[in-house]
Design a protein. Structure first.
Length: 221
C-alpha cells in the first residue's frame, strides 16, 4: 500500500487502496476507496462507490454514492452519503444521509436523514430534519429535531422537538415538544408540551441492539 500527498486535484479509478491520503484540493474516485489510516481532503471528495477509512477529515464537501465505514468523520462543509457506520461523527456543516449508525455524533449545523447512535448531541441552533434514535440524546439550546426516539433525553432551554419518544427525559424551560411519549418518566422544568402519552413500549429503540454489531465493521483488518 502507498501513501498519497497531492496539493491540487486528483482523479482515480477504483477499487483502490492507500495507507494514508492527503489532498489539498479535490479527490474523485470512480469506484471503491479504502484508506487504512487517515484521509484528509482540503477541498471536495467524490466517491462513486464505497468508502472505508480510519479517520476522515473533509474541509469542504464530500459525496459518497455507496456505503461509508469510518472510525471518525469530520465534515466542515457539506456532505451526502447513502448509508454508513461511523465511530464518531463531527459535523460542522450539513449532511444528507439515508441511514447512519454512529458511536457518537456531534451535530453543529444541519443533518437530514436517519441517525442511530449511542450518543447524539445536537448543538445550539442546529437542526435535524429526519429521525434520531439514541441511547443518550442531548438537544442543546435553540436546536430543532423533527422526530426522536431515546432511552434518555435532555432537552435544553429553547430547543424544539416535534415528536419525542423516550424512556426517561428532562425537558428544559421554554423548550417545546409537540408530542411526548414516555415509557418510565419525564421531568418537566417548564416545557411547552402539546400532547403527552404514556407508552408501554418504544419498538424503534430495538435498532440500538444492532448498533454494536454494526460498529464491529469499523475494524479494517
Amino acid at each position: 500500500m502507498s501513501e498519497m500527498r497531492v496539493g491540487g486535484a486528483v482523479s482515480l479509478a477504483g477499487p483502490i487502496e492507500f495507507e494514508n491520503i492527503d489532498v489539498g484540493g479535490s479527490l474523485k474516485v470512480k469506484g471503491d476507496l479504502t484508506v487504512r489510516g487517515n484521509m484528509k481532503i482540503g477541498g471536495s471528495a467524490s466517491i462513486e462507490g464505497n468508502l472505508k477509512a480510519g479517520r476522515v477529515k473533509i474541509g469542504g464537501s464530500i459525496s459518497v454514492q455507496g456505503r461509508i465505514v469510518a472510525e471518525e468523520l469530520t465534515i466542515g462543509g457539506a456532505g451526502s452519503v447513502g448509508e454508513g457506520v461511523i465511530g464518531e461523527l463531527l459535523l460542522g456543516g450539513s449532511l444528507k444521509a439515508g441511514r447512519l449508525y454512529v458511536g457518537k455524533a456531534r451535530i453543529s449545523g444541519r443533518f437530514t436523514g436517519v441517525i442511530i447512535g449511542k450518543t447524539v448531541i445536537v448543538e445550539k441552533k442546529s437542526k435535524v430534519e429526519g429521525t434520531v434514535v439514541a441511547g443518550n440524546l442531548v438537544a442543546r439550546r435553540n436546536s430543532e429535531i423533527e422526530e426522536a426516539y431515546a432511552v434518555e433525553a435532555e432537552v435544553e432551554r429553547g430547543a424544539e422537538i416535534s415528536k419525542l419518544h423516550c424512556v426517561k427525559c428532562v425537558l428544559g424551560k421554554k423548550s417545546w415538544v409537540g408530542l411526548l411519549r414516555y415509557k418510565e418518566s419525564y421531568k418537566d422544568e417548564g416545557c411547552d408540551i402539546d400532547k403527552i402519552e404514556e407508552a408501554e413500549d418504544i419498538p424503534e429503540l430495538a435498532e440500538l441492539k444492532e448498533l454494536e454489531d454494526r460498529l464491529t465493521s469499523l475494524q479494517l483488518g
